[in-house]
Design a protein around this ligand. Structure first.
Ligand code: CA
Length: 504
């Protein structure tokens, strides 16, 4: 078996263990473990005095609370969190990499869209709701549509209801209400929904049809309003009739060869461990750089997980305008957390820590690796649509469901999801490819994880090799030649709006 430890940067004074090791094990010349050390956890390569920096990725993760001996296990209780990087002194555009890896393909088989936007990766009847009040009835209608109508229209993949808890009982004019409203407005136009608009409304809610829809789409053919119908049977019939009309049109969609400039994918991670930042995330970054080289749009997100490495992201912003928006999104989020009387240290989960991630700095450095090296051409507020192609920072919470839903609203048609600890996560409106960070994970979950980046940890594969494999997987799934495990088992998390505004 190859490596016993992984040291990333020559300036690091710690390494992580590839497997669990017992006290007395020599991991390299002159370094013997003083205690039993769990898999993926840090071992000190040098003595570190009290207050001394603990360095991984060439970055200070924190400061030692007490003296650390060479060979000691360093866990999350031993570090003091450093002050986050200042948002007012960042340098923009000083690290613009143009030498990106050559992609093995420049096209995919997708569904072209009438508005000339991104191509679809799936052909779905999307039904957007204005308010939670309609959900119970709509869910029953969707069951009937799938059973009675969908089999007649074999070119349509699925019927998806965009249910949510917004729409009424909310401060609809609050400044931050723009986020949930924008997310729903943009979901109506999702590329996988093929330009067919179908809206279910109650009638008296605060989120009106005028707020949700552009004027030309706010017509009888596109909207069922419960309070205009004579009871349950009539409501059901109205939904079934509209669904059949939409399915007839969607059934005519066919896949054609599209340039990758019409593909918009999203990246995120969840249940990360210490391997995420050295195997799965850098592989995703390599695949992302190839996609960007081919003209695609790639979004990465999760504000609290880039906050501690934001200066590195700033250097990759193509100009000051993009950099300023990056700083503004970070400031907004700092304030948002502050209002809730928490800070970024609220991010790592117990599972992250068990997986060897001591704090948010370490998690952030691993998280950023998924964005590759491409220049960052645009920064989006939560749920905004991109106006540029290339690598984009789409500001969202790190919460898997909220990040996934925000990226969907931004037009993402396929998500690549990196995990170390494992999650069955999936989205209904777009396929999710799950990539794991270590061999033990795929051995446990062979029928849930789509791609294994673990061989990078043991030295049996390179980032370039797994990255290329992942690129090909993305093209295959986007083209409908392959379905992810989450799709095969229909494992779908809820569409989860980000609503930072008050509920009344
Ligand atoms: Ca996440």
């Amino acid at each position: 078996m190859g490596n016993r430890y992984i040291k990333i940067n020559e300036n690091d004074n710690v390494a992580i263990t590839v497997n669990a090791i017992s006290a007395g094990t020599m991991i390299m010349e002159g370094i013997v473990a003083n205690q039993d050390i769990p898999q993926g956890h840090k071992i000190a390569l040098y003595p570190i005095p009290e207050g001394g920096a603990i360095v991984r990725y060439g970055v200070t993760l924190g400061y030692a609370k007490q003296p650390i001996e060479k060979g000691d296990w360093i866990n999350e209780h031993m570090l003091e969190l450093p002050i986050p990087p200042s948002l007012d002194e960042m340098k923009f555009g000083t690290n613009l990499v143009t030498d990106l890896p050559e992609p093995p393909a420049r096209t995919f088989m997708g569904y072209p869209n009438p508005d000339g936007g991104y191509g679809g990766t799936r052909n779905i009847l999307g039904i957007v709701t204005t308010v939670q009040c309609v959900t119970g009835v709509l869910n029953n209608a969707v069951k009937r549509i799938k059973k009675e109508l969908l089999p007649k229209y074999p070119n349509v993949d699925d019927v998806v209801a965009i249910n949510h808890a917004y729409g009424c009982g909310v401060a609809i004019n609050a400044p931050e209400a723009v986020i949930p409203i924008r997310m729903l407005q943009n979901m109506v136009k999702h590329p996988n929904f093929g330009g067919e608009t179908m809206i279910i409304s109650l009638g008296c809610e605060k989120l009106t049809l005028e707020m949700l829809l552009d004027e030309e789409y706010n017509i009888q053919e596109n909207v069922v309003t419960f309070q205009n119908e004579m009871g349950h049977v009539a409501i059901m019939e109205a939904i079934m009739n509209m669904a059949e009309n939409k399915l007839k049109k969607l059934n005519k969609r066919v896949r054609v060869e599209l340039p990758l400039s019409q593909l918009c994918i999203g990246l995120q991670c969840g249940g990360s461990d210490a391997f995420s930042g050295v195997t799965a995330n850098p592989s995703a970054g390599y695949a992302a750089d190839m996609l960007v080289n081919a003209g695609a749009t790639v979004m990465f997100s999760e504000v609290t997980e880039v906050r501690d490495g934001v200066h590195i992201i700033a250097e990759r912003c193509v100009n000051e305008e993009v950099g300023k928006k990056l700083a503004d999104e970070m400031k907004w989020y700092d304030q948002y957390l502050n209002n809730g009387q928490v800070d970024r240290s609220a991010n790592p989960t117990p599972g992250n820590k068990e997986g060897g991630l001591s704090n948010i700095v370490e998690k952030a450095m691993g998280s950023i690796a998924k964005s590759g090296a491409s220049p960052i051409v645009e920064v989006l507020s939560p749920g905004e649509r991109p106006t540029k192609k290339g690598m984009i920072f789409a500001a969202t919470p790190a919460s898997d469901f909220v990040c996934g839903s925000c990226q969907l609203s931004s037009g993402m048609t396929l998500q690549v999801f990196m995990t170390g600890r494992g999650t069955p996560y999936g989205l209904e409106a777009a396929p999710v490819i799950k990539v794991c960070s270590r061999d033990d994970m795929i051995n446990m979950w062979q029928d849930l994880i789509d791609v294994n980046a673990g061989p990078i940890a043991t030295g049996e594969a390179t980032i370039q090799e797994i990255g290329t494999l992942l690129f090909n997987e993305i093209i295959d799934v986007a083209s409908g030649r392959k379905h992810t495990f989450a799709e095969q088992y229909e494992i779908y998390n809820d569409f989860t709006l980000f609503n930072p505004a008050p509920i009344t």
